[in-house]
Write a protein of this length. Structure first.
Length: 594
């Protein structure tokens, strides 16, 4: 009986806090947006004063070669501190006030959250901030902030880690160590904010709590997760049953059925998004309640009985449903204009022919052509005698069992090697020259030529353009690189050539960079970024979505090209789009929003 009362009290606590949570989220996001807008304007002033429009992964020199660099680093850290203050600390303070039954005054919460940042101006404190912002998202555990919640290790780095046993072992060990650090110090911020402890003392306090209560913590976390999933499932069922009944009644009226499906899809997706926005704060309330229990402070918990405000619940239920209804009416009326977008994204085979043939070989080019790919990406490097061969790695160890680097060998020595791709061990190939790849591609496929390795310099740009011109293929080649200075040089000196800059981290007006294409990593590509790039009359490439779900997502998006190893799979996905019915188009559009 006591347990039932406790569960009812807990459920009531979550329900009655919904209006305050929505108000809190509105004000916190607004304040953060304003503060970060000011910081961004200052940052952009500093960046532009260096003659640049953005800082990116291929142009970090600004941070240590200019006087503006240290200021930009301080501003970046300042942004992280502000996010912790207004995106995390204020949530914990809000949860604390809620549990203690205090009246919620947003002004006081935000002021306390801002001033709490002073406690992090220590080495321990800075370590906490960096862990929350950069480590927790990778480890997948711990408190985090929305700014970096999707922070990730770039695919081209993670693929190297996964393919190298030593690196992979060290990576796994590092993850385990960071996970343990995150678990043991989970309640550090609670100690700083609620118990007013110094950061170092709060660390010790958190470790003591977790060593003593880790089993209860795991059980509580499991129950919260299970309840969250149950609520989402019940929401889906509650919305699905009426739709199924209505669909059965109007099964012979296609126009009405499509309208119902639209309404259901919009209502379901918006409901789940709404619940997701609430559960983050619910989670903070839950773990804050655990902190009170573990610190023997439960006597301070006294749920504040807020005045019932029926109009608030009308506002957060009836009005959104009316909005969904209006959106449905509009979408159904202009269905073909909204949902029948032709899929036009092109497919570029990674490293020659992707996984369809030995990598970076003439046979790979031929495979890409036979599959109908738009383009083929290859990697060129310079030999010791000034010739250009095609190879991705810094040496030939992986493909040719020879540890020498291209720049340490003559063309004749390179030609003596035999490629044995691990995926095609029984199909030996020779290392191709740049000229051989051009000849195989001419008139059949566009070559995306990546300037690669230690010899990627301005001489390589000059030589590559000369060789391309000798083959009369200026319109059939795109020079690409991870080094922005090379792309900037190529675009400036050879405007007739198409250029593409590959980047996985960028800040500033990336779309204004001096190039024709921008190549972004899978995880870094959003609809906002895509639109910004198109507004500058540039094209966008995504590298390297290989999973079916990611290929499907990007092929249906506004990106111009995907660079992938699984060319055949991508082509099959494109073919399947030609036969999509209205309901599949609606689902694709909804999925694209997320």
């Amino acid at each position: 009986m006591e347990k039932t009362k406790k569960n009812k009290k807990s459920a009531f606590l979550y329900i009655q806090t919904v209006p305050d949570i929505l108000k809190y989220q509105f004000f916190s996001k607004t304040i953060l947006a304003l503060l970060l807008s000011v910081l961004k304007q200052i940052s952009m002033f500093l960046i532009r004063s260096t003659g640049r429009v953005a800082i990116s992964s291929g142009d970090f020199a600004i941070l240590y070669k200019t006087w503006q660099g240290p200021f930009l680093i301080v501003l970046a850290l300042g942004s992280l501190f502000l996010y912790v203050a207004f995106d995390l600390n204020t949530q914990i303070i809000y949860a604390s006030r809620t549990l203690e039954g205090k009246e919620i005054r947003m002004k006081e919460i935000f002021r306390e959250g801002l001033f709490s940042i002073r406690e992090f101006f220590t080495l321990d404190g800075i370590g906490i901030i960096l862990y929350i912002a950069l480590i927790a998202p990778i480890v997948g555990f711990g408190l985090s902030i929305s700014l970096t919640r999707d922070f990730y290790i770039p695919t081209f780095i993670s693929s190297v880690i996964e393919s190298t046993p030593l690196y992979n072992t060290l990576y796994v060990i590092s993850l385990i160590i960071f996970l343990l650090i995150g678990v043991l110090n989970f309640f550090t911020i609670h100690g700083i904010l609620i118990s007013k402890l110094k950061s170092s003392v709060a660390d010790d306090n958190s470790r003591a709590i977790m060593k003593k209560h880790w089993k209860d913590y795991l059980k509580s976390l499991f129950r919260f997760t299970a309840n969250t999933l149950a609520v989402n499932l019940l929401s889906v069922v509650a919305l699905t049953v009426p739709f199924v009944i209505a669909a059965f009644i109007f099964q012979n009226r296609p126009y009405v059925l499509r309208f119902l499906f639209l309404f259901f899809a919009f209502l379901l997706s918006s409901s789940l998004a709404f619940l997701a926005s609430l559960f983050q704060t619910f989670y903070i309330i839950k773990i804050t309640g655990l902190y009170y229990r573990y610190m023997d402070m439960e006597d301070r918990i006294s749920v504040y009985q807020r005045r019932k405000k029926p109009w608030v619940f009308v506002f957060i239920t009836v009005l959104p449903v009316m909005g969904v209804l209006l959106l449905t009416l509009f979408s159904n009326r202009y269905f073909d204009m909204i949902f029948s977008k032709e899929v036009t994204s092109g497919i570029i085979a990674h490293r020659g022919g992707g996984s369809e043939a030995p990598e970076n070989t003439v046979k790979g080019i031929e495979a890409a052509i036979s599959l109908g790919a738009y383009g083929s990406e290859i990697d060129i490097q310079r030999t010791s005698d000034g010739q250009y061969i095609v190879n991705h790695d810094g040496n030939f160890a992986r493909l040719c069992s020879d540890g020498r680097k291209p720049e340490e060998m003559t063309l004749e020595e390179v030609k003596g090697l035999v490629i044995r791709d691990p995926n095609y061990p029984d199909d030996p190939q020779e290392v191709a020259t740049f000229e051989e790849m051009l000849e195989a591609a001419k008139g059949k496929i566009v070559l995306f030529v990546e300037l690669k390795g230690n010899t990627a310099d301005r001489q390589m740009v000059d030589d590559a353009v000369r060789i391309i011109r000798e083959h009369d293929m200026e319109e059939e080649c795109v020079l690409i690189s991870l080094k922005y200075d090379l792309i900037d040089y190529a675009e400036t000196e050879y405007p007739m050539m198409n250029t593409a800059y590959l980047t996985f981290v960028s800040f500033g007006n990336t779309a204004e960079l001096n190039c024709d294409y921008l190549g972004l990593e899978d995880e870094a590509t959003t609809s906002y970024v895509t639109d910004a790039i198109h507004e500058q009359n540039k094209k966008i490439m995504v590298w390297t979505p290989n999973e079916k779900e990611r290929q499907s997502y990007f092929l249906k998006s506004e990106v111009d090209y995907i660079i992938t190893d699984n060319v055949k799979q991508a082509k099959e996905i494109l073919e399947s789009y030609k036969d999509r019915d209205d309901y599949e188009k609606i689902l694709d559009w909804i999925i694209g929003l997320f």
